[in-house]
Design a protein around this ligand. Structure first.
Ligand SMILES: NC(=O)c1ccc[n+]([C@@H]2O[C@H](COP(=O)([O-])OP(=O)(O)OC[C@H]3O[C@@H](n4cnc5c(N)ncnc54)[C@H](O)[C@@H]3O)[C@@H](O)[C@H]2O)c1
Length: 252
């Protein structure tokens, strides 16, 4: 698919990889609908914007909330020339072990963190995918859906909830690619290794150093490398039903 002139939704677009992809795709003449739930991050992204205001539309929406997703996708579909691409990038990280022994006390994984991770990472991907696919099928318009997985999808200590959602996102990618191909909708996923963003700020420096050391390329990925990857997945019409691993060779 040629990116120029397309209407592209990116979720989790007010920071990190989402913000970098938003700016990159806007620079390729796409109209980007940049969704995030955090008002402060959206305001900051707007204040830092150098792009023309027509290239990026900033939209506040919590992708884990069904009503907000239905209304947001419907209004973008109406205001745009029709949604061509969805990038399901929004996610949270609430790392903790299932149980950990601290002296005589045993700390248990908090249910609230488990539920919030599933809500934002998995239900959010499901709801956005469902609403955008419906709009594309209704309009008989071909499209592309790109989900964000992670190197953690194979399982990683301290990441019960996050790893489970990212494995599930891979399964959705395969399932949707098989269900939606008949409507000319491609579905693929990108599984990053590590990139320094707001998400990794909560990870202790010592742990980050160990991951860097474990990565064969001995460095983290850059935001530009992920902007390049999303461009490739959208443009290459034969990429379908697969998760692209962009992780410098890292394996846990
Ligand atoms: N940074 C890494 O090292 C890394 C590694 C592997 C995978 N990933 C994946 O890449 C993607 C981007 O990560 P990042 O590092 O840029 O993270 P980030 O924390 O910088 O950005 C995530 C954005 O998603 C938004 N968001 C979270 N929940 C939301 C919700 N319910 N509704 C709407 N917006 C919501 C946040 O407000 C934030 O702006 C994520 O899917 C993440 O899991 C990142």
């Amino acid at each position: 698919m040629n990116i120029s002139g397309q209407d592209i939704i990116i979720t989790g677009a007010a920071s990190g990889i989402g913000l970098a992809m938003t700016r990159h795709l806007a620079s390729l003449d796409a109209r980007v609908w940049a969704i995030d739930r955090e008002r402060a991050l959206l305001d900051q992204a707007v204040a830092d914007s150098r792009e023309s205001t027509s290239a990026i539309r900033w939209v506040q929406c919590d992708v884990g909330d069904e009503r907000q997703v239905i209304e947001t996708v419907a209004s973008i579909e109406e205001e745009s020339t029709g949604i061509d691409v969805l990038v399901n990038n929004a996610a949270v990280l609430r790392d903790q072990t299932l149980v950990s022994k601290l002296g005589r006390r045993i700390k248990k994984h908090a249910l609230a963190d488990w539920e919030e991770t599933l809500r934002s990472n998995l239900t959010g991907t499901f709801l956005m995918g469902r609403e955008v696919a419906e709009a594309m099928v209704r309009a008989k318009r071909p499209g592309v859906i790109v989900n964000f997985s992670s190197v953690s999808r194979a399982g990683n200590p301290g990441q019960s909830a996050y790893a489970a959602t990212k494995a599930a996102v891979d399964a959705l990618t395969v399932t949707w690619s098989q269900e939606l191909a008949v409507y000319r909708i491609r579905v693929a996923a990108i599984a990053p290794g590590f990139v320094e963003t707001g998400m990794t700020q909560a990870i202790p420096e010592l742990f980050l150093d160990r991951i860097r050391e474990k990565t064969p390329l001995k460095r983290f990925g850059t935001l530009d490398e992920f902007s390049h990857t999303i461009q490739y997945v959208i443009e290459n019409d034969y990429v379908n039903g697969r998760t692209l691993e962009v992780d410098g060779g890292l394996r846990f």
